[in-house]
Design a protein around this ligand. Structure first.
Ligand code: IVH
Length: 701
């Protein structure tokens, strides 16, 4: 240690203290899924650390979080020979193979039901991380299993990979795991790339591989990569726990993240249930998994069974049906949305992918067609993962036979014949037909009646199309002027050549009228959302409704005033002001909100303020923390969140011991499991809405 004067010694102590604190917070965030401080607090100390390092360049701890970025680009990756090869695992695809595997393991272990460590099979790329005396000294890709590439500088930029281990670490540790890109990060990255005309990734696995194999670590640092460990290659100078599961827990104690869905299961049924359960969870996860990995839990038995030339005998990968398939692009059609946006939609030869049969996929816009270089008749890679709409991820060029046709983007609207216009700097082309375009009207009505908007049940696509086609409805306000006979006489289908057309009928008509009637009492946020203002989604509508006490107050808002609100930028503010300035829109709004005695055909929709309710509401849940998971059927997540906040509660993103209760909607995933594990109270959607009603935030139903 260099001799230092008192001042710089205290500075040096502060320096080390900052590194220790930031790394501890980072472990809490990435490994324990239990953030200790808000992001801003982390950032504050990080900046202090940066300043200290700037003033004192001699302070150079390799474990400093500032050392994650900044390495100079390489000209090539150096080869790394793995001390112990990075093995792959044998795949199985069928239930009978599961039975066979379990039988083989039973023979080896000999007694009772075999205990397994069951893990999700993460779809990224394998890396080996070497820690010497607790410090990350090398990261290498798998390569051919024996020799990989040295990607240390890149791995250091991944925040989930600790630069320095915590706790009781061995002198030497080689830990194996998967580097992967979460789905949200992948989607966000691709969206940005599409908007800016950059390189789009085919899937998160390619994205992870491409990002980790960047010669410039500064580029890797910008990519949303993360890491989960699943195996200890070797360790020196420590007594390792005797089972795979405990070894993973041990890795966690060292600050290395491990997937939270890892479980110990017993026997063939245990394996089967785990596979099934993960299959059901798969879509709701924020990362791709392509199966489960089933490992004999006892390390002693693993050692007894050993390896074949390529794979361990004590593990298998039971694969899921794929989320990507190849199929043929039959035709491209152009759909006009409610704002006039023209979207090319690919009609596909139906394929089973990601758990559903897909026959359409979005092609986004003209640039995307050009970027993909796709033609009609091409074989394409269709990807459907999570609840994301099916995408065309790429073209299989080898399958071309020369008969493929170019896709021509239309110059005029396929629905109304008006010119299609594409403004400079925009990727979206729009029909300029506005109100005369039946497609825009139809989509506008579909949006208006949808559940998160005015929630008028029963107005399916077919009925809306008929209402627009027969000119019974030419604005959303006309819905409220519909009579029983208007509706009863709607033709539902022509029933072929000879058959008489089927009519909607009086009974259904009455039901629809009742649903329309029931929609006449609506909170401002839903009404604003229902209007379909460009760029105003549910959460922006909610922001507006918190700020403005009435529709007229909102209609009088200026651009500058709107831009002061959270998450409302200049363009969005412009759209809002323009929308309310437009005479036709003003007309529709006054017809919607005027009572019949005030205006002929006035619908009398009563728009109530939530701003007052919220301000006046007591804060009975102050100090409590709720976590939302899964999909709620009666409200969006952001709506639920603001109700919680209005009651004084915190809506947190992850479950911890501090969580008061978890509100679990449809298809709740790992947060629910974690809450169950921790014995935290779980509220159903009904429990939650009952609570909101009790506090007066929802009207009695
Ligand atoms: S264990 C000796 N566990 O799947 C044991 N591998 O075909 C070696 N993978 O390239 C691997 N999740 O990158 C293991 N929970 C998991 C895994 C996993 C994903 C990948 C791994 C490897 C491939 C095996």
């Amino acid at each position: 240690m260099p001799k230092q004067n008192t001042v710089s010694r205290t500075k040096f102590e502060r320096y080390q203290e900052l590194i220790e604190t930031l790394n501890r917070w980072s472990k809490a965030y990435y490994v324990d899924d239990e953030p200790l401080v808000p992001d801003a607090e982390y950032d504050r100390l990080y900046q202090e650390l940066e300043a200290l390092e700037r003033e004192n360049p001699e302070f150079a701890d390799p474990a400093s979080p500032t050392r994650r970025v900044g390495d100079a680009p390489l000209s090539a990756f150096a080869p790394v020979t793995h001390r112990f090869p990075l093995m792959s695992i044998g795949d199985i695809f069928e239930d009978s193979e599961l039975t066979d595997f379990n039988r083989r393991m039973l023979e080896a272990e000999g007694v009772g039901a075999v205990e397994y460590c069951a893990e999700p099979k993460l779809d990224g790329l394998a890396v080996s991380l070497i820690y010497e005396d607790g410090l990350l000294v090398q990261a290498a890709t798998r390569g051919d299993g024996k020799t990989g590439e040295n990607v240390t500088a890149n791995a250091r930029t991944i925040k989930a990979i600790p630069l320095k281990l915590h706790g009781n670490y061995p002198k030497l540790l080689d830990v194996r795991g998967e580097v992967f890109m979460p789905r949200d990060g992948f989607e966000a990255w691709n969206k940005k790339a599409r908007d800016l005309g950059g390189k789009v990734f085919v899937n998160p696995r390619n994205a992870a591989a491409g990002s980790l194999r960047q010669l410039n670590p500064k580029i890797t640092a910008q990519r949303p990569l993360t890491f989960n460990a699943y195996y200890i290659g070797y360790a020196e100078g420590a007594e390792l726990p005797p089972t795979q599961y405990e070894r993973l827990q041990y890795l966690k104690s060292l600050g290395i993240p491990v997937n939270p869905l890892v479980e110990v299961v017993k026997g063939e049924d245990g394996l089967r249930n785990y596979y099934k359960g993960m299959g059901e969870k798969r879509q709701s996860l924020n990362y791709d998994i392509d199966g489960v990995v089933l490992k004999v839990n006892s390390i002693a038995v693993q050692e007894r069974l050993g390896f074949t030339a390529k794979v361990p005998r004590w593990a298998v990968a039971y694969k899921f049906p794929p989320e990507e398939m190849i199929t043929r692009l039959l035709q491209v059609e152009f759909q006009v949305g409610r704002t006039g946006a023209v979207t090319p939609v690919a009609r596909l030869n139906p394929v089973y992918v990601g758990g559903v049969t897909v026959s359409n996929a979005t092609l986004h816009n003209e640039d995307e067609i050009r970027r993909l270089g796709v033609k009609i008749g091409d074989y394409v890679i269709v990807r459907r993962a999570g609840d994301v709409i099916p995408q065309i991820a790429g073209v299989v060029l080898e399958k071309r036979d020369g008969h493929e046709l170019d896709i021509a983007f239309p110059q005029t609207c396929p629905e109304c014949g008006s010119a299609i216009e594409r403004l400079e700097g925009e990727s979206v082309a729009r029909c300029t037909g506005g109100l005369i375009c039946p497609a825009q009207l139809r989509e506008g009505i579909r949006h208006f009646v949808s559940r998160d908007a005015m929630d008028i049940e029963g107005f399916g696509d077919r009925i809306v199309e008929e209402l627009v086609g027969s000119k019974k409805v030419s604005s959303v306000a006309d819905l409220y002027a519909l009579t029983e006979s208007d509706l009863a006489s709607l033709t539902l289908d022509t029933g072929g050549l000879e058959k008489k057309p089927r009519l909607l009928g009086v009974a259904t008509a009455r039901k629809l009228l009742k649903n329309i009637e029931n929609s006449k009492h609506v909170p401002l946020n839903r009404f604003v959302y229902a209007l379909g203002i460009r760029d105003v989604g549910q959460s922006t509508a909610l922001t507006l409704a918190h700020r403005y006490h009435s529709l007229s107050e909102l209609m009088a808002a200026t651009e500058g005033e709107l831009m002061e609100l959270n998450d409302i930028g200049k363009i969005c503010a412009e759209h809002i002001v323009d929308f309310f300035k437009e005479p036709h829109n003003q007309d529709v709004i006054s017809r919607l909100t005027a009572r019949p005695e005030e205006l002929l055909f006035g619908a009398g929709v009563e728009v109530f303020s939530i701003a007052e309710d919220f301000a006046a509401a007591p804060k009975p849940l102050a100090g409590k923390t709720y976590v939302l998971t899964g999909t709620l059927s009666s409200m969006s997540r952001s709506e639920a969140k603001s109700y919680l906040q209005a009651l004084g509660a915190t809506a947190a993103g992850s479950v911890s011991k501090k969580t008061t209760a978890v509100i679990a909607g449809e298809a709740a995933g790992s947060k629910l499991t974690k809450a169950q594990d921790l014995g935290i109270e779980i509220l159903s959607e009904d429990d939650f809405t009952a609570m909101l009603r009790e506090y007066g935030l929802l009207k009695e139903s």
